[in-house]
Design a binder for this molecule. Sequence first.
Ligand SMILES: Cc1cc2nc3c(=O)[nH]c(=O)nc-3n(C[C@H](O)[C@H](O)[C@H](O)COP(=O)(O)O)c2cc1C
Length: 223
Amino acid sequence: MSHSDTHASLDSLIRKRKTEKILLDPDQSCPLEAAQSRRLAEWIYEDLMTAGWAPFHYPRDIEGLAEPWRAHVLKDSVTQPLAKHLKHELELSSKEPLLCAACSALVLVTWLPESAPDDCGELLQQKLNERNQEHLAAASAMVQNFLLLQTARELGTYWSSGGILKEERMFNKLGIPTSEKLLAALFIQVPGHLDGTEQRKPGAHRNRRSMDWVREIQALSLS
Ligand SMILES: Cc1cc2nc3c(=O)[nH]c(=O)nc-3n(C[C@H](O)[C@H](O)[C@H](O)COP(=O)(O)O)c2cc1C
């Protein structure tokens, strides 16, 4: 493949990725067939491994791992009971129970902030804030890589902030250390697997894009 073909396919993949919010009543949930669920899990693991080639500035070095992010994968055998738990036990009226019921898998991506004692001094605190911003930036690059790879597999994706899934009580339920912070709840959808009773919504800002945020610096301003 020539450079220009590679560029053209990457360009079209980036433009093809879009938010697909899919909502379904947890009591109408529709599990994947076992083989489909296994194949989706394989794709998710493969794509996370590739997504992990995102750049990162500072090694986080927790449990021998340099990466400043983690990914927690929930297959539909877990998202379905989670949806029912959110609806019936926690009696949530937000969209998370519906999103969990509709998705084919959910990937919770966290980032790993660094902290120091409050009395560590302003300079160290500032340095840590800068490092944390870069950990978060690196984790976001990993997320976008993953979304593009899943889009290339014709899977639907939705990057959500996570709502209740960010909360400590949910981290405890899912075995996620509370030292991690949720960056993205990635709802993944196998196309054509629901029965039509679901609701579908696009990203709210999908068509608000422009090029007006690009500016060329033509000369130094010398004062
Ligand atoms: C960090 C981040 C968090 C987001 N959280 C939410 C969310 O909680 N709810 C929501 O409706 N959309 C959320 N979105 C998706 C945006 O609404 C969506 O990307 C935007 O409308 C543009 O649409 P597109 O993704 O189809 O281009 C989030 C996107 C990002 C990058």
